[in-house]
Ligand binder design. Structure first.
Ligand SMILES: Nc1ncnc2c1ncn2[C@@H]1O[C@H](COP(=O)(O)OP(=O)(O)O)[C@@H](O)[C@H]1O
Ligand SMILES: [Mg+2]
Length: 358
């Protein structure tokens, strides 16, 4: 069993609080993604769990045991960094063997050979074994770095943006491989990224971090469909959610008086439970239907052809609304278009605090 529990973890660097009162419960064998912008405190959190930083406050538990006073080696976690941390003048094989050769471990040469061979096979790097690591491509280097973590058979894998220096195609391949690997190993993964697409595609659950604070934890579905506030709503989704100031007046939402206003459906009204007044309204691009006969009128302002679909930007007065549509539709810039919203899927937030209303 290797669950990781953080309770009120706080880490400061002089006057910067990198991690603030962070509590997360990562299950045994879970693929948990910590997502957040640069400077959110992701790396610091991993370093605290690995025992490379000492926290000022809070508790870190691994498999239920308080490890606050344990050294990095005792914690039995492996960390893979964003920048390949290999020994450049050693071969791939030597790099893989190295973590097993420490005196404390007392692993027999036979077992070292077995483990290294197995890892090389798993990561498909057996043909590179005799090559020096400074003669490898970025993708190969990161595979070896991951191999070096696996060969130790740790209880927990900590991964700090391991794919962010790779090109897009390779990143996609390795994402899938890492997911498969985690399932095969039956290991607990805490994976850090600033990339919301990566978080959504890989995470069983995601924790969104900002300025050292945990904003929301949930499955990709929950984070996307029930964002706790406008920060989360804007952080996930491509294109970004459309967010407008608006008013709820009885059964209507008014974004621009007489120009951009619409009736709400009964189930949404029930969800709003009689709320009226100023709000922020969030509209996901896929919840907009274009090329309809009636509805709100706007002007086509931009078209991005993505091949499999299009992102169409519509201008309504001075408001810009981005919609995703099927590739089969044809639009022309500077022509008028009508659109309707799937009102059941709208998001309503408090105008000031940004908190989700329902
Ligand atoms: N060793 C350090 N000394 C001083 N400040 C640091 C140090 N490490 C991180 N910080 C600060 O802590 C905050 C969080 O950093 P970090 O954990 O690296 O964020 P992330 O990995 O999410 O980009 C940042 O403001 C960063 O400048
Ligand atoms: Mg970082």
């Amino acid at each position: 069993m290797a669950q990781v529990t953080l309770e009120n973890l706080t880490k400061k660097f002089k006057n910067v609080t990198a991690v603030r009162d962070l509590s997360i419960d990562i299950q045994d064998r879970e693929f948990f993604v910590l997502l957040g912008p640069t400077g959110a405190g992701k790396t610091t959190t991993l370093r605290c769990i690995a025992g490379l930083e000492k926290a000022e406050g809070g508790t870190i538990k691994i498999a239920g045991q308080n490890v606050n006073d344990w050294g990095p080696a005792e914690r039995d976690v492996a960390i893979v960094f964003q920048y390949y941390s290999l020994y450049p003048h050693y071969t791939v094989k030597q790099n893989l063997e190295f973590p097993l050769k420490s005196k404390i471990r007392k692993i027999t040469p036979q077992e070292i050979k077995q483990r290294v061979t197995k890892v090389a096979k798993t990561l498909q790097i057996h043909h590179l074994m005799d090559r020096k690591t400074d003669k490898l491509s970025g993708g190969e280097m990161q595979r070896v770095a991951i191999g070096r973590a696996i060969v130790r058979e740790p209880r927990i894998f900590l991964m700090d943006e391991p794919l962010s220096n790779l090109d897009a195609k390779l990143r996609e391949v390795l994402r899938a491989e890492l997911k498969g690997l985690q399932m095969n190993l039956g290991a607990t993964f805490l994976y850090v990224t600033h990339d919301q697409v990566e978080a959504m595609t890989m995470g069983e659950r995601i924790g969104l971090l900002n300025k050292g604070r945990l904003i929301q934890v949930g499955t990709p579905y929950e984070i996307y469909n029930n964002p706790i506030n406008t920060y989360v709503a804007e952080f996930v989704g491509t294109p970004a959610i459309n967010l407008f100031d608006g008013l709820i007046q009885e059964s209507r939402v008014v974004i621009i008086k007489d120009e951009f206003a619409f009736e709400l459906d009964q189930s949404t009204l029930n969800r709003l439970n009689g709320f009226s007044g100023a709000i922020k309204i969030g509209i996901r691009s896929e919840d907009i239907e274009l090329a309809v006969e009636k509805g709100t009128e706007g002007r086509i302002y931009g078209i991005e052809d993505m091949g499999m679909g299009k992102i169409v930007t519509i201008k309504i007065n001075d408001h810009l609304l981005r919609a995703t549509v099927d590739a089969k539709y044809h639009f022309e810039i500077d022509t008028n278009v009508h659109f309707q919203l799937n009102t059941e899927k709208l998001h309503f937030f408090n105008k000031d605090s940004g908190k989700n209303l329902i």
